[in-house]
Design a protein around this ligand. Sequence first.
Ligand SMILES: Cc1cc2nc3c(=O)[nH]c(=O)nc-3n(C[C@H](O)[C@H](O)[C@H](O)COP(=O)(O)O)c2cc1C
Length: 386
Amino acid sequence: MDYGNTILFEAFEHPKLSLPNRIVMAPCTRMMAENQTISEESAAYYRRRAEGGMALIITEATTIDHDASSGHTRAPAIHGETSLAGWKHVIDEVHDAGGKIAPQLWHVGATRDPATGPNPTVPAVSPSGYLSPGIEAGVAITDSGIADVISAYAKAAADAKAIGFDSIEIHGAHGYLIDAFFWDQVNLRDDEYGGPLENRTRMAVEVVSAIREAVGEDFPIIFRHSQWKSGHYDFKVAETPEEVELWLGPLSDAGVDIFHASMRRFWLPEFEGSPLNLAGWVKKITGKPTIAVGSVGLDKDYSGQSIDAPTNDSASGKHSKSGDRYAHYSEFTDLDQLVGMMERGDFDLIAVGRASLAEPDWPNKVREGRTDEIAPYTKDVLKELY
Ligand SMILES: Cc1cc2nc3c(=O)[nH]c(=O)nc-3n(C[C@H](O)[C@H](O)[C@H](O)COP(=O)(O)O)c2cc1C
């Protein structure tokens, strides 16, 4: 089917960010940087996605200027002359191809392995020194450490704006530093950053406020959040819509323009009694536009578990062999459901991760009804920057 006349290809109009369609490249770490500097090859790779019809590219996570922010020298940084020059080149390529681009600003928190990161003598930091429930890693961050991280986020956002990025995304998901503050099983602090959800959201609110002050009112701020944590896919920060409000309402008030709800399966309802997914609930509660994500064009989800096909007829899809943790695209029956949810107004934009790594022309091929020409996502896709 040709999706060119569906909502997927309608413009997204926001006072701070206009996009020609609703398809966003999801942030995907590639570990292809040399010495924390994004490469020429990466610039060409992002350019191909802009040429392929991605309205907005959210870059692989890029680390802010804090001595414990990075877990690997092959992940790009966004501070210092060389790394900013690398990003400037990426921006120029994407803009030249007609796309828009936002860096995902990252502090890896307790996941940092000092041995593979820059600053190998510096321990990982996290709210209370835990990587996951009961698993210690690194040290608890001090109050002055929190202040340093907040300043580093603000500096990164200001630099991103100065070199021409169209927006920034704060990585507040998947168990990394900001998300670890939300997670009550690893945030055991008894100060104003720990305890009730109102306190656990404070660090993120301070990051958003500092960024807003640094970039001004007109620059769009995207915030990515997730209920799930790496390795803890069933965890929920918010068990009810009321808790979603306690969690993300203060971030909306502090200046987030667009929320990006990281889900593994975009079609699954978040709470009983409503078809809304997390992006749907966040839009309803905050009144802000939202981005959904999760297994678009795939028949397996991010953790590699088999998933139910979102609609009935998937018999002719190209399913992966059982046991293969890498997903192949199915027959795009889920796109009809996606369009239905977007037409209902549940959420505004859809991010595509793995499918866009395999197929640079994913949006154009979907628009033109050439879905049978879309390259499948296999384990080899991650070996190169296609
Ligand atoms: C190779 C790879 C790298 C990823 N890196 C990041 C990242 O840097 N930041 C982030 O927020 N999510 C990251 N993700 C998660 C994706 O952004 C996306 O949410 C997830 O893959 C689900 O979308 P999909 O089913 O369309 O792939 C990554 C996923 C993959 C497959």
